[in-house]
Design a protein around this ligand. Sequence first.
Ligand SMILES: Nc1ncnc2c1ncn2[C@@H]1O[C@H](COP(=O)(O)OP(=O)(O)OP(=O)(O)O)[C@@H](O)[C@H]1O
Ligand SMILES: [Mg+2]
Length: 305
Amino acid sequence: MNPDDRTYDGYQRPRTPSILASCTGVGAATTREAALSTPATAPTHDQAADVPLAARARALTKAYGRGETTVRALDAVDVDIARGRFTAVMGPSGSGKSTLMHCLAGLDTVSAGQVWLGDTEITGLKERELTRLRRDRIGFMFQAFNLLPTLTAAENITLPMDIAGRKPDREWVDQVIDTLGLRDRLRHRPAELSGGQQQRVACARALASRPELIFADEPTGNLDSRAGAEVLSFLREAVDRLEQTVVMVTHDPGAAGHSDQVLFLADGRIVDLMQDPTAETVLDRMRLLSGGNPQTPGTDSLRKS
Ligand SMILES: Nc1ncnc2c1ncn2[C@@H]1O[C@H](COP(=O)(O)OP(=O)(O)OP(=O)(O)O)[C@@H](O)[C@H]1O
Ligand SMILES: [Mg+2]
């Protein structure tokens, strides 16, 4: 089968169970509703900061449900993700962080607005083109892991590349596996792994193909402090050494302190942006934004110390 014909890239939750076993992935695409965008010139450069952009959204709106029960998960968000930078996304539970990541990565449809990956407007792409773009350029670590239950850890890690018909760089994949401490778990299936181990497999899957742009939704949420620190330094290294771009959701000011800039979301809007954060400045800003009392999980350790 020609890999270009496939609309499953190894990241979305597959709809057809048989796909999992065979790993061929036909027809399990996310349904993209009508493309809502109007053509526009691709703004691929942040003129003010003079940096190229890995991703950009304009007036990005995502609503769930209809009528009185509509939830506006994202409300006309404008965002620029600079290439080769590490961006953290923070905000209370339900503020739209995961939705923003899914829409920027082309894993979810938008209700209105436009999203670009590099110079390609993805809100106007057909599913097949979008899948190909995601497969070639994006790594995604889901908040809920989205590992395929019938595959072993090793198979999950290389699945996006296997589907794309790309040969993994064995040396790099081995380095990822060893750094994440997964060597002795490679033959296990997700159900035989702890939550933290599953998170590390999801992390390895996103890093294995060395994508240009890595989205990580709470990648340290289930890890102990040592494993969490390793994942964070790996992501930092991906930016500093390999010139990759990382966008990471976190509730933890300490994790956000590893980033170059922090976007703060509230009620589906970006309410603040901080450059060169430290754990302390992030915590202070969270206190300010929440009226003196950060309620989000993950800040306990910092508040106590
Ligand atoms: N499939 C869905 N159907 C209906 N509402 C949804 C759906 N997905 C998300 N929402 C709603 O959209 C809003 C934003 O959700 P989202 O998952 O983006 O929040 P989040 O900031 O990632 O939260 P958390 O920190 O708890 O992960 C929430 O109110 C959520 O209930
Ligand atoms: Mg979330």
